[in-house]
Design a binder for this molecule. Structure first.
Ligand SMILES: [Mn+2]
Length: 441
């Protein structure tokens, strides 16, 4: 069985509150289409985070429809499987699945309920002539028994020993999170690893019986347990293999590694997994300025460096290193945007500056002092942090905002899951049938 594995498209992503990446996605799809045509895989797998936000714009949804319909038209025999990630709205993705069946495409948004009704497995098993695909979307909670159950069901049916592929969207133990700026060395006393505050999942919790676990969520292409081969174009391992295809686009300067989609060939169940990385050409690269030297020393120095970059490169995302001793005017960000105006949106600015060198500008007496009443009025933690930003010269506000957003989403999701459970309980009491596919998490 031959598959193309990709993930984390993040359609509709807007970087630095400013830049639409639509043309970068178009550029990616052109390449994906070529690979599908050249390789004629049995299936194309997209392991979650199709969209960047839960309610993407009409233009973003149109791009999704256009690109995948186009892929299907070009390769009608190729089965497409798309699952929801943590960025996607599970129910919205699921809602379109009935139509996509007509385009040889399986869309799986909603995860199975913790106590799923009989026959639940049928919603997640894709049976192809050369093998099986178990399409699991982003899920919360302890799922080992459930995953083993569906793997066992496939195993019982798979008398011919065809390859079995499972899809998933989560952070697993042993991953390399370079580019996500989390501390992977961070370990709890009991040995469980955390990425930032996100707990990683043991590989064993996915159960046994798959030959290839096609994961999404982490942006760096990698095979768990074989990190040293990350840059090898072609590798071969005995099954089972657990792999992140990596994201379609770079999302920060920290992702210095090339991105790729994975072309995977599995000969038989329990056999050999061959992986070839198809390297993605990015439309815009990420750069840190200055190109020479460690930091800009003044406003003029920085603006001149940017002008030089525009003239020489003409395209890309830029982020500045500035010396702590440099005194930048309050409207520096606007000055940068004005400087970039000539590039017609081709050179794009990440306004969170990386401060370099000793910070001896701030004396203790300069630290802002707040009245208790003022603090009480701040409902948003970001408001407080932004007011005291001078005290944390190295703080990345974008990252922090993203972290708070993730916490907020998680809280929202948990409260929704709780509400769904309660509603289910009430239903049971009323002796009504519960024949839903699953609860929306
Ligand atoms: Mn994700």
């Amino acid at each position: 069985m031959k598959i193309i594995h990709t993930a984390d498209l993040h359609f509709g992503q807007v970087l630095y509150d400013n830049y639409d990446r639509g043309d970068e996605h178009r550029h990616f799809f052109k390449q994906l289409k070529q690979w599908c045509n050249d390789e004629q895989p049995d299936a194309l797998l997209l392991s979650g985070d199709v969209f960047d936000i839960q309610q993407p714009s009409a233009a973003t949804k149109k791009a999704f429809n256009d690109y995948f319909a186009d892929l299907h038209k070009d390769c009608p025999e190729m089965h497409i499987v798309i699952t929801a990630g943590n960025h996607d709205s599970a129910s919205r993705l699921q809602a379109d699945s009935v139509l996509w069946q007509f385009a040889n495409t399986t869309l799986v948004g909603v995860s199975p309920a913790m106590e799923a009704p009989e026959g639940w497995q049928e919603h997640y098993i894709v049976r192809l002539k050369p093998g099986y695909i178990i399409a699991m979307p982003y899920m919360l909670g302890e799922r080992k028994a459930q995953l083993q159950n569906i793997l066992d069901k496939v195993a019982a049916e798979n008398i011919e020993g065809k390859p079995v592929v499972m899809m998933g969207h989560s952070a697993v133990a042993g991953l390399d999170a370079t580019g996500h700026r989390f501390d992977t060395k961070n370990e709890n006393l009991d040995g469980t690893a955390y990425i930032g505050k996100l707990k990683t999942q043991e590989v064993a919790s996915f159960g046994q019986g798959f030959d290839y676990l096609a994961l999404g969520h982490i942006h760096k292409p990698q095979t768990i347990g074989h990190q040293e081969d990350a840059l090898k174009q072609e590798v071969e391992y005995p099954a089972p293999v657990i792999r992140y295809s990596g994201s379609a686009l770079h999302v920060s300067c920290d992702e210095k590694y090339p991105h790729s989609v994975s072309l995977v060939d599995i000969d038989r169940h329990g056999g050999t997994v061959r992986i070839r990385q198809l390297t993605i050409d990015e439309l815009r690269h990420f750069y840190e300025l200055p190109m020479e030297g460690s930091a800009f020393l003044s406003r003029e120095d920085a603006l001149n460096g940017i002008k030089k970059f525009v003239a020489e490169y003409g395209s890309g995302y830029i982020r500045l290193h500035v010396d702590n001793k440099a005194v930048l005017p309050a409207n520096f960000i606007q000055e940068v945007y004005d400087t970039l105006a000539t590039s017609a949106d081709e050179v794009r600015y990440n306004p969170s500056i990386i401060w370099e060198g000793q910070n001896d500008r701030l004396e203790a007496t300069e630290k802002p002092v707040f009245e208790v009443a003022e603090l009480q009025q701040m409902t948003d933690p970001m408001a407080f942090i932004e007011k005291t930003i001078n005290q944390y010269p190295n703080l990345d506000l974008d990252e922090l905002r993203e972290a708070f957003r993730e916490v907020e989403e998680e809280v929202q999701r948990l409260s929704e899951a709780g509400a769904a459970k309660k509603a289910k309980g009430r239903k049971k009491k009323a002796n009504e049938e519960t024949d839903e596919e699953g609860e929306a998490v």
